[in-house]
Write a protein of this length. Sequence first.
Length: 421
Amino acid sequence: MIKKLTFTASALLVFVTLYYFTGKETKVVEEKIERVEQKKEDQILYGINVNELDVVEGVVGRNQTLSTILAPFNVPYQIIDEIARKSKDIFDVKKIAFNKKFTVLTFKDTSLAQFFIYEPNPAEFVVFKLDEGKVYKEERPVEIRKVEIGGTINSNLYVNMTEIGIGPDLIDQFADLYGWAVDFQRLQKGDKFKVSYSEKVVEGNVIGIGDIEVAYFEHMGAPYHAIPFEQNGERTFFDQDGNSFKKAFLRDPLKYSRISSRYNLNRFHPVQKRYKAHLGTDYAAPTGTEIRSVGDGTILEARYTGANGNFVKIKHNGTYTTQYLHMSKIAKGMNSGARVKQGQVIGYVGSTGLATGPHLCFRFWKNGKQEDWLKEKIPPSEPISQENRMAFDQVKLERMQQIAAIPYREANLQLVAKGNQ
């Protein structure tokens, strides 16, 4: 009996010992498996699990095509040709453009590309599944973010708006809106601005902006509220008195730029070295800058001469004609008799003809006589009608309250204070 109890106790001790160590070892194994599983968590890129793939990123070089991009990844030409034909309805590979981002995915044990992803813009990407000959396009979610911001002028509109985070596209909108009300070439320190608009944001990055919602400019103490209101089926901006900001013409044929020479009946010509009337307005800008038609019209001429270089001349109506000189090149479709719309690109800044550097010489005729464009008073569009006055006054009250609540950026005000010391 004693031996039996001793055996039983010994067996129990062995069992407990085995259970303890085996259970502990099992627990350790389970922890290792759990850690491995955590490491194996799917890494998703462009909707693709890339755990077993190598990711190669790049940008399109000059004159590169789908074929030359994929050549280092051992993709047969037959597959490239097939997928190029299949993709035309989704994305034409001929539109692959310089400096755009692309990504190639390959298996880790081979350099053969399995996926090619191209990003035509920040909000979209096109996936080419090379081994199956499939192509599809995806869109990233776009967040619309409202921006309300104000600042003070201490140097010029472009510099001070840029300092507080406003981009070139919004600055151009603002300058076009106020172009006929404010001379941006003659701003004063202490002039103020406020603007409300929307930004398009993808993955935390701003990819574009919407239209101005409401704006304010204070020039030499005079306030200019830009109140949006729809009249006769068109949404446009009116000042606080109900007068339209819209004119028959844009204020400038270039987006916000510097005037380098004004209309002058006795200017010293920099090329011909003699005094000669300068019957135009010169806008300094880099070569290639887009030139816009200031108004709707019909092209009278689009050609080259030794003095004017490449130029376009447009008849807007029975009263007004404009001309755009020294272009590096004329835009496609700009032929005699063609119709153009206000703001349409008609050419690009250059220095062809008698020019010492890249600029646009802009000329303006009224009733067949060349006039000083900067002194011309262009009649505005129709003001707020009597029947819309009550509705406009209500909108004006709401918008002016909105403008009043927009703060000026403190950093900009500090810059002004420093500038005045």
